[in-house]
Write a protein that binds this ligand. Sequence first.
Ligand code: DAH
Length: 346
Amino acid sequence: MKEIDELNEVVKEADEELHKVNDLNDLQQKKAIYLGKKGPIARIMAGMKSLTDEAKRELGMASNKVKDLLENMFEKKKSDLEEAIVNQKLVNETIDVTLPGVQFPAGGIHPLYQTVMELEDLYIGMGYKVAEGPEIETDEYCFEKLNLPKGHPARDMQDTFYINPELLLRSQTSPVQVRTMLESKGEPIKIICPGKVYRRDSDDATHSHQFMQCEGLVLGSDITMADLKGALLEMARKMFDKDREIRLRPSFFPFTEPSVEVDVSCGMCGGKGCPTCKGTGWIEILGAGMVNDNVLRMSGYDPEKIQGYAFGIGVERIAMLKHRIDDIRNFYTNDIRFLNQFKEEK
Ligand code: DAH
């Protein structure tokens, strides 16, 4: 029967077409054409009316078979295409777990803060507590109660940023001594106070309008200058190296009597004299002294019963000597090349 031959021909043709199909849309369209109402099978069946009943039956069966066959072929092609898509996706999304990771730049602790942490560690080890105070301070705490009344010539030692006649940016951490004494109500004290201070200085290699100090205050019943010297020698040896010596030179601060300036032996030349220590063998690192009786009295302490020492360390100075930094501005300009040198390797 020629119709059956035609049906077989349709199957052959569909098979060839299917080989060319490579996406699901295309497949859907082809399927609609081959199995649809206007497709080749429908057309062949339309000419069936003129056939005998026997032939009609045979053709009917054959066409159903062909339809099933085509359905299966399209179905098979569909799952082949879907599988290929998944495989392609797997290939595209493969991760090479052996590739080196991406390094994220991480921050480090600022060299000044590292120095503060070392100072804190070492003084906490000697029984001190860490105290804090505000950077916006009153004239009363920053000067008056430190034995620096208004008009006192020593006020000129620190050119201060005033906010108004009573408020200022603290020019030293010494007001924290006053605050701690007022809070401690005559009891013994052993504190350090690291923090920022401000002065109306023009910035250069050794001056900065903002810098850091670490104040110390120890009050008790039998505290002498020998204790002060011991605490400072310990600090110099822990912060620099164990062979360092210190020396105390007479000086003046309104809040201490006697007052001293403290030098550490030069680490560059071992005390022989070199350009760093300007030939003297010594480098100044801080001011200190025995707390002035007036200061004690103004904050509620009886100098007959309790006395002690105070000191004020320049934190930048320590850090600069320790790391041989020759310009204080390096601490404040945030040049990453400078800061990276102080990153601890993990
Ligand atoms: N406050 C002083 C300054 O800024 C440093 C200082 C000297 C602090 C002697 C003290 C001290 O506590 O006893 O120059």
